[in-house]
Design a protein around this ligand. Structure first.
Ligand code: GAL
Length: 375
């Protein structure tokens, strides 16, 4: 009898521990009772399981550096997450580019149907070099949860012009040295016209805030903030997703979009992104296109609510938009409420994406669940 009672109490306690809804901005406990540690994350849905990958942060300001690696969690209901451990670990070897103390941000994983490999790309900055390297890193695994093997980090698309870059600008000789002052109208026009693109043509382009998107035909695209964060590049990966094909487009030149998150609804592609203010939040942006390469049409700020909520995107910055399995046109906006002074305490803002007149809309909910989406 005593045993039966204990079992009942334990069962009730475990039921109680189950999450049944999303509470944006609150501490979000994993199956071990620890706040989920997967910042700047993205989700892979594969064989009925969601895998959440993100930056494992540690305490304090120094916790923004990659002291540990990329953390992975799994879930079947999106509310409850099982700790699957560190999918990609930093290297103790100080000669490795992935050495402990470098920067690993916004890791994303996609699955390649042809090779059966899980492919992770991430924004990679080299130890002791601030944000100068602006590289994208690559790691691969045979198992979704890892461990992933680090392969390389690159500045992509060296020696390739974007498909939408006019021939007339390829020989333009304007450089940074042509200007006494930055941020003037002329300087901005030169940036728009590809001054940084041409500068980096031989060595490869800058790649900072990034995401991955696999289209319905299996083609994968790497979206990244390039050209000193002033212009997004959307680059087609090779068929095995392990490299850049050299085919890419410049998108919204000079508009300084960061934190791109992409999704497809019907035959249209939507992007939610942020402006460029570091860890501080700013108004989100949205855009639509009929092809990942664009042209992208700006649709304005998708956030609705109080002035503060609209100005700060609910105090968060986009990282991913997740299509919900089994529901039509159901998308979750995933964003980070950064806590740069105690990085590990960063919070997750997940909100439903709704549509108004063909535009994505985000509204605040203290607490919500998937019933918000129709079947
Ligand atoms: C943000 C970016 C983050 C991180 C941060 C560092 O703009 O989206 O991923 O790089 O800057 O200040």
């Amino acid at each position: 009898m005593y045993l039966l009672l204990t079992a009942l109490v334990l069962l009730l306690a475990s039921c109680d521990a189950q999450n049944k809804s999303f509470s944006p901005g609150k501490v979000w406990k994993d199956n071990k009772g620890t706040h989920i540690n997967a910042h700047g994350g993205g989700i892979l849905f594969h064989d009925g399981i969601y895998y959440w990958f993100g930056e494992h942060k540690t305490e304090g300001k120094a916790g923004n550096k990659a002291n540990v690696g990329v953390h992975c969690y799994s879930s079947t209901d999106l509310y409850n997450w099982k700790d699957e451990g560190i999918a990609l670990a930093v290297h103790e070897d100080t000669t490795s580019l992935l050495t402990k103390g470098c920067v690993i941000e916004r890791p994303k994983v996609i699955y390649n149907e042809n090779t059966g490999k899980y492919v992770m790309w991430f924004h990679h900055e080299l130890k002791g070099m601030g944000y100068q390297a602006a590289m994208t890193g690559l790691a691969v695994s045979d198992v979704a949860t890892g461990p992933y093997t680090y392969l390389k980090s690159i500045n992509p698309n060296a020696g390739h012009w974007p498909v939408n870059y006019p021939d007339s600008l390829k020989n333009d000789t304007t450089t940074e040295a042509s200007f006494e002052k930055k941020w003037t109208e002329e300087w901005r026009q030169a940036v728009k016209d590809g001054m940084f693109l041409r500068r980096d043509f031989e060595r490869g382009q800058m790649a900072r805030d990034m995401t991955l998107f696999v289209d319905t035909d299996g083609t994968a695209y790497h979206f990244h903030a390039s050209e000193e964060n002033q212009t997004l590049h959307i680059a087609q990966l090779t068929d095995d997703y392990l490299g850049f094909s050299g085919v890419y487009a410049r998108v919204l030149p000079g508009d300084a979009n960061e934190a791109p998150a992409i999704f497809k609804r019907g035959d249209k592609y939507y992007m939610i992104s942020s402006g460029c203010t570091g860890w501080d939040p700013n108004p989100a942006r949205s855009a639509v296109a009929v092809h990942p390469f664009g042209p992208w049409l700006s649709l304005g700020n998708p956030a609705r609510g109080t002035e503060e909520q609209v100005k700060t995107t609910f105090h968060s910055q986009s990282t991913f938009v997740l299509p919900v399995d089994g529901k039509k046109d159901a998308f979750i906006f995933m964003a980070d409420h950064w806590r740069p002074n105690n990085a590990i305490d960063g919070r997750y803002i997940w909100l439903p994406v709704t549509f108004e007149e063909g535009k994505p809309v985000l509204e605040w909910h203290d607490d919500w669940d998937l019933r918000i989406f129709k079947k």
